[in-house]
Design a protein around this ligand. Sequence first.
Ligand code: AMP
Length: 288
Amino acid sequence: MEILKTVSEMQAWSDNIHQKGNQICLVPTMGYFHEGHLSLMEKGKKICSDLVVSLFVNPTQFSENEDLDSYPANIERDVKLAEKKGVSVIFMPDKKEIYPDRFQTYVELTELPAHLCGLSRPVHFRGVATVVTKLFNIVKPDVAVFGSKDFQQLQIIRRMVKDLNYNIKIVECPIVREDDGLAMSSRNAYLSPEQRLSALCLSKSLEKAEAMIEKGEIRTSTVKKELENYIKSFPFTKIDYISICDPETLDEIGDINSADTACPLLIAVAVYVGKTRLIDNRIINPGQ
Ligand code: AMP
């Protein structure tokens, strides 16, 4: 496995692979690997013989008040784990390599970021779209793998690939969870043991919503109210959003009825547990 740190080295490596007629798969990450990241690598390795994992804590997707400076890291461990998964290259650039002095070009979507996480993280998706565009131009992948844990991000990347005519196949990987249902996240490391218990409110509330809708509840306002009360019953929690929406447009759904409701539906939640902001989601198919 090679560790490459500059844009020119990475581009030259990719050109060489393509000249040999091979395809490249990219898994973009911010590091501090858990089983979720490793599942993306496994999937990528099955699709392409040459797998590039980028490890870059992207400053432009964090607001001033967020956790850029404290984001967890363990590069030595990450390198070992990636090597075990058969990764060909870890691309680990410096911030200056990606954002040189006088950098001023950003990629911004007009509609999808105006929902869910974009409402409380105003610069987040501009940062994500910009860094992923740059990674696509640097790594030149044929395939890129993203987790549905960050569902809005996945939809934004899919839209961006269409809008900007990238010839890159986007592959989705399901959410990997701890045994008790908590979605794996690098940020789970911030939780105290008591907060870790409260963090279960996210996955449990999604199960609850699905059960209510399966039993025939058609008013999304009723489902959301029930979830709000449920989540509030856990200590240390503060709700950012509870959403029941169309998975493609991310527009909120009013009442669920078979005639005009998008099917499937996305149920998504974001909750602060202490100072840690956690997200989770679930796709459901009402009436099926
Ligand atoms: P991050 O390092 O948090 O930016 O995540 C890198 C990639 O891993 C993104 O495509 C995430 O959606 C994906 N990912 C993060 N957590 C999980 C998880 N629990 N299950 C599946 N994919 C995940």
